[in-house]
Design a protein around this ligand. Structure first.
Ligand code: ADP
Length: 193
């Protein structure tokens, strides 16, 4: 079972790379951003509340996202070759909750891959995406806020997984297929061990 987390700042390419990894390794893709956008789209109570955080560039509360993740997915009864978690965990509290939920089960998380991209490039990519995404959070002010929150709340998640010996960083600058090769190399090396 291959269970990995893709992490990195907004705009680092988690979604793009997840789609390629799903194909290559027959994984199930779990994106908390997509789960939230589906709730917003359906105008559910949770979606309306989530939108009030997301459109301002804030994270939604930990309890809310953990509940959505558990409710919307069969994380503990997963039948594919494994899964990619994209956009979760985004706080150390979420990481600790995930470890507690999955530890010792076949869905234990193998490792995290941190996709590292320079800030200037992140802003360029997100502004470009904003031209067509229709996302309320892809505008300059909100992007800056998201990047700041990434530094304070999400970057410490990397240290948490370093402490568990489950951390890998890759260079996320360059062409999509180059970055994909770097990620595949980490996965292949890990699974030869
Ligand atoms: P990006 O990586 O471009 O920020 P995502 O689609 O992963 O995009 O997430 C969009 C927004 O959804 C985030 O800015 C945040 O408000 C919310 N969100 C997604 N995942 C989480 C999470 N695990 N915890 C809290 N908020 C989340």
């Amino acid at each position: 079972m291959l269970n990995i987390m893709l992490c990195g700042a907004p705009g680092c390419g988690k979604g793009t790379q997840s789609a390629l990894l799903v194909e290559k390794y027959n994984l199930k893709h779990l994106s908390t951003g997509e789960l939230l956008r589906a709730e917003i789209e359906s105008k559910s109570e949770v979606g309306i509340l989530a939108d009030s955080y997301i459109s301002k560039g804030n994270l939604v509360p930990d309890e809310m996202i953990i509940e959505i993740l558990l409710k919307s997915t069969d994380l503990l009864a997963n039948k594919s070759c494994g899964f990619i978690l994209d956009g979760f965990p985004r706080t150390v509290e979420q990481a600790m909750a995930l470890e507690n939920i999955s530890k010792g089960s076949p869905n234990d998380i193998n490792f995290l891959i941190d996709i590292q991209v320079e800030t200037k490039e992140l802003i360029t990519r997100l502004l470009k995406r904003g031209e067509t995404s229709g996302r309320s959070d892809d505008n300059l002010d909100t992007i800056k806020k998201r990047l700041q929150i990434y530094e304070t709340k999400t970057a410490p998640v990397n240290d948490y997984y370093k402490g568990l010996g489950k951390y890998h960083a890759i260079n996320g600058m360059g062409e999509v297929d180059e970055i994909f090769s770097r990620i595949s190399e980490v996965i292949n090396t890990e699974f030869k061990k």
